[in-house]
Design a protein around this ligand. Structure first.
Ligand code: 3AM
Length: 264
């Protein structure tokens, strides 16, 4: 732990401006670098609101983000820490979450969906090459560069559940978000990075059709559907989508992680 005397004060370097949004234990604010005038997003995490275990998770997220250097991953520029907070200075994403764009537009052209998925696949392929598994790919964690570019310029914006795993090692914690979680994660067996590729398949399915592949009000029923890999292409919603796009989905939404397409 750094001594108090070593704490750098974020307000000396950045002018903190409006609030961009709030998460469960973090607030994201807009900030301007006092010397360069460049604007950033600052994620302020209050230490008092989280458990010791969650503090370790934040430290893990920071360590992983510091290591990441990819055009489709929101760049962590700097970290300030004092007794009460962590402040993560990140690239500012002005387009909001892919999630809100999906709610607004319902579905997208195949060209837009392809460009968006290509960028997510590039970013996740990079994570996997660095032995990092993200474990929570979903539209809420995918941020858009600007409103103008829409879904064709996307970056991964949150690494809260990411873990380091080598090629031969596995994670075992059941986590993620119900509709996007891979069958092997639900089966409580050790799993590898292919769980991210499944979630990319779910996102691709939603972008192409405007509907989720797996949906049940009740989580138990939803998990049974996912484990059985039970989804179909409704004729009406998929009628304008190419055979190649459906083929892609069929190769990614595969229950056996060893038979699933990899990012490569
Ligand atoms: O509260 P909402 O959902 O509007 O999109 C993120 C979320 O917005 C936003 O901050 C809120 C809490 O996570 N956010 C996160 N990282 C961001 C970034 N790098 C960001 N907004 C802009 N740039």
């Amino acid at each position: 732990m750094e001594s108090k005397a070593n704490y750098r004060n974020i307000k000396e370097v950045y002018k903190i401006e409006s609030t961009l949004g709030k998460g469960s234990f973090a607030t994201v604010k807009k900030a301007k670098h006092r010397e360069t005038g460049v604007r950033y997003a600052v994620k302020v995490i209050s230490k008092s609101k989280i458990s010791d275990e969650e503090k370790l998770a934040v430290q893990m997220e920071i360590d992983i983000l510091k290591q990441m250097d990819h055009p489709n991953i929101v760049k962590l520029m700097d970290v300030f820490e004092d007794e009460r907070h962590w402040c993560l200075v990140m690239e500012l994403m002005l387009g909001g979450e892919l999630f809100d764009e999906i709610l607004l537009k319902e579905h997208f052209s195949e060209k837009e969906a392809r460009e968006c998925c290509r960028q997510i696949i590039d970013a996740i392929g990079y994570c996997h090459s660095q032995e990092i598994v993200h474990r929570d790919i979903k539209p809420e964690n995918l941020l858009l560069v600007s409103k103008e570019l829409g879904i064709s310029a996307v970056k991964i914006g949150d690494f809260g559940l990411a873990r380091l795993i080598g090629e031969d090692s596995f994670a075992s914690t059941t986590c993620g978000t119900p509709g996007y979680v891979a069958p092997e994660v639900l089966m409580q067996k050790p799993y590898g990075n292919a769980c991210d590729n499944w979630s990319i398949g779910v996102v691709a399915f939603i972008l192409l059709s405007g509907t989720p592949p797996f949906y049940e009000e009740d989580n138990f029923a939803l998990f049974e559907q996912i484990k059985a890999c039970k989804y179909d292409f409704h004729v009406e919603t998929w009628k304008d989508v190419s055979a190649e796009a459906k083929e892609f989905i069929k190769k990614v939404l595969v229950a056996d992680p060893n038979k699933r397409l990899t990012c490569n």
